[in-house]
Each structure stands twice: as structure tokens, then as C-alpha cells.
Design a protein around this ligand. Structure first.
Ligand SMILES: *Cc1c(COP(=O)(O)O)cnc(C)c1O
Length: 363
């Protein structure tokens, strides 16, 4: 047993830790990583049974054994989160705004009829796991330890109903830069990611399953990603792939306002805040494809980018709407996107003043 003493928390929850007998780190090359395929030595597990949470356990990373009747497999009661730990060359490491992910996970849980996770237990378990495996955080400029918390239904029952029992887990994966090159996106006018009254604001597993087929069609047509539009008119822009999306038109930063069809991204929030700090005019509102087409035609659309934990800022090189292929200005000329990327990298590597207190240092 291990008593927590980390900063920023006064909780003294007991976490049972079973350390691995043989670390896989020596045989892992942290400079050569394929995204999402390498996992660190440990994982966190906490079960919800008979209406209450057990205490969290940290164990060696290993396969699970579950019943083929586990309700998650049949009806998809499953949610997840994505965040990162960063480490600089001097060995300082920490998490970027994990409190936001914890809150969002619980909003997802409520929507999917699942139990919420006590925030302090989540935070303690997360910090303890990252501390234990901190040697797995790569220190490369664009590298990080990707953290994947998830919660799924485990009842052994194939009737359609909310499961009684659940499992919460956290696994971590060292990663290098996610997107290396700027993307081309296709305005999606047929398929829909999220509808009013649906689950689009939640990080629910099924949302992603449903987006794979239209994304594959776009890939086959030569585009990297989709630019999702609203479900009724297919005219208002929502998100880009699995990222929030932003545009710079006449020095104004414009992004779709939050709604139940848009995921409340931590990168989105942080980007808007930083842009405001820098004195930019920020607009959160509806934005039509037509407005983008017009801005492009008149030469006032200077930047477009996706925002998300995986890539931070993913420059959009071109937007295709049917036959209209809109090429955007060269990446070197993108003042805001490049400046944001540099700012966030500096912040996460503890090289700049953290005026909002977004980094939770664990070292
Ligand atoms: C996770 C996600 C985002 C980005 O959220 P971050 O908190 O910035 O990583 C945006 N859109 C969708 C659909 C997502 O799943």
C-alpha cells in the first residue's frame, strides 16, 4: 500500500500497487514510436459493483478476461478520455488540465447512463499511475505520454438495459508527434457525426464507430479528414475529424459555439483563452460553409486548424466542398496556428509562465 503525498491534492486515498516484475522499458525505443501501439508497464483498474466503487488498484499492464456476454460488447456502453503527460529534458513532468478531462468524463458517464467517478479518486489514481511510469514519458520536443482513461459496462447479461456493474481503467502510451503534415478536409454533406438530443458532446465509443465509414470514403477520395456539418441542413460547420475546428478570418478567431453536438475540447477552451489573452477578437458562434467559401474567395480566410489533445494544432491545408477545392495559405504564413503551437509546447515543457495554472506538475 502506498500513501499519496503529491502536490495540489489533500486526499489520502489508499491505492494498492502491484509493480511489474520486469519492466518492458529497456527493450522500448522511445524515439521510434508508432502512435497508440506501445503501452507503459502499469495500468489502473477500479470496479463499480453493487452500487459502489472499489478502491483503485495499479497493476502490471496485461490482457483482460471478460465474459462474451459482457454488455459493453453488445450495446456499447463505453466512454473514454484522452489527455497527456509531458516531460522536459531536465526531468520536470506533469499533466495539462486533467481536471477538465475528469469533469468531462463524468458528463459523458451521465449521458451514457453510467456511474460517475469520484473526482479526487480519479485524480489521485491518475497522478499515481503517471508517477509510477514517469520513465515512460518521452522527452522529445513533440513527444508525450498519452493517457487513456475509459469506463465500460461489465454485466454478464444480453438484455438491453443499463449495466449494473462497470470497470474504470487507465492505460498510458508513449507517443511522438501525432500529425506530421497539414491535412486536407472534405466538407461532409451527407453523413452526420452528432444530432441534437444525441451523444455528440460525450466521448462515447459508438460516436467514433459511426464516423469510421464516412471517414474511409473521404480517405478513398484522397482527403485526410472530414469537416462535419450539422445534421439537419448540412450547412453549419461542427468539427474536423475528432477535433474541434477554428478559422481565422480578417484577424478574428472563429469557432462553432458549444452545443450538444460539439465536444467541449480542452484544447479548444485553452486556445480560445490564449487568443483572448493575446488580444484577438474571438467569436464562438454558428459558422456556415458558405461563409468559409466566401472568405476564401475574397482572400480573407488566412488559417484553418483542428484542435485536440493528440495533435494540439492540426493545420488544415485545403478544404474541399464538392468540386470546390479551396487551398489555404502556406503553413509558414499561418501566424496564429504556429504561435499557438509554440506557446503550448513551451507551456507543457515548463519553459513559459503558466499564468492560468494549467500544468499540474508531478515531479
Ligand atoms: C476528444 C475530442 C475533441 C478534442 O478534445 P480535447 O479535449 O481537446 O482533446 C474534439 N472533438 C471530438 C469529437 C473529440 O472526441
Amino acid at each position: 500500500m502506498h500513501r499519496l503525498t503529491h502536490k495540489n491534492m489533500i486526499e489520502t486515498q489508499l491505492i494498492q500497487i502491484e509493480k511489474t516484475k520486469r519492466s518492458r522499458l529497456p527493450e522500448t525505443d522511445l524515439e521510434q514510436l508508432e502512435f497508440g501501439k506501445t503501452f507503459s508497464d502499469h495500468m489502473l483498474i477500479m470496479d463499480y459493483r453493487d452500487g459502489k466503487w472499489s478502491s483503485p488498484k495499479i497493476e502490471p499492464y496485461r490482457n483482460l478476461s471478460i465474459s462474451p456476454a459482457s454488455s459493453v460488447i453488445h450495446y456499447g456502453q463505453s466512454i473514454f478520455e484522452g489527455m497527456k503527460a509531458f516531460k522536459n529534458k531536465e526531468g520536470r513532468y506533469g499533466l495539462f488540465r486533467p481536471d477538465k478531462n475528469i469533469e468531462r468524463m463524468n458528463r459523458s458517464a451521465v449521458r451514457m447512463c453510467m456511474p460517475t467517478i469520484p473526482e479526487n479518486v480519479f485524480m489521485d489514481g491518475l497522478c499515481e499511475l503517471v508517477r509510477l511510469d514517469n520513465q515512460w514519458i518521452p522527452t522529445g520536443e513533440m513527444a508525450s505520454l498519452y493517457i487513456r482513461p475509459f469506463l465500460f459496462a461489465i454485466d454478464e447479461y444480453i438484455g438491453v438495459k443499463a449495466s449494473k456493474d462497470y470497470r474504470f481503467m487507465i492505460i498510458t502510451s508513449p507517443v511522438n508527434a501525432y500529425y506530421t503534415k497539414p491535412v486536407s478536409v472534405k466538407v461532409e454533406r451527407k453523413y452526420t457525426r452528432a444530432v441534437k438530443g444525441g451523444t455528440g458532446f460525450a466521448k462515447a465509443a459508438g460516436n467514433y464507430a459511426g464516423s469510421l465509414y464516412p471517414a474511409r470514403l473521404a480517405n478513398e477520395q484522397g482527403y485526410d479528414q472530414l469537416l462535419w456539418t450539422d445534421a439537419t441542413e448540412h450547412e453549419y460547420i461542427e468539427e474536423s475529424g475528432t477535433m474541434n475546428v477554428m478559422f481565422v478570418i480578417e484577424d478574428r478567431l472563429i469557432t462553432p459555439a458549444l452545443s450538444e453536438t460539439i465536444l467541449d475540447g480542452v484544447t479548444r477552451r485553452s486556445t480560445l483563452q490564449v487568443a483572448k489573452d493575446w488580444g484577438l477578437q474571438v467569436e464562438e458562434r454558428r459558422i456556415s460553409v458558405n461563409e468559409i467559401v466566401e472568405a476564401h474567395r475574397s482572400g480573407t480566410l488566412s488559417e484553418a486548424f483542428g484542435c485536440g489533445t493528440a495533435a494540439t494544432i492540426a493545420h488544415i491545408r485545403a478544404i474541399a466542398d464538392g468540386d470546390n477545392m479551396m487551398e489555404l495559405p502556406p503553413i509558414e504564413e499561418r501566424k496564429l496556428g504556429n504561435k499557438l503551437m509554440k506557446y503550448f509546447t513551451d507551456l507543457k515543457k515548463f519553459r513559459t509562465d503558466d499564468k492560468h495554472g494549467w500544468m499540474i506538475e508531478l515531479s
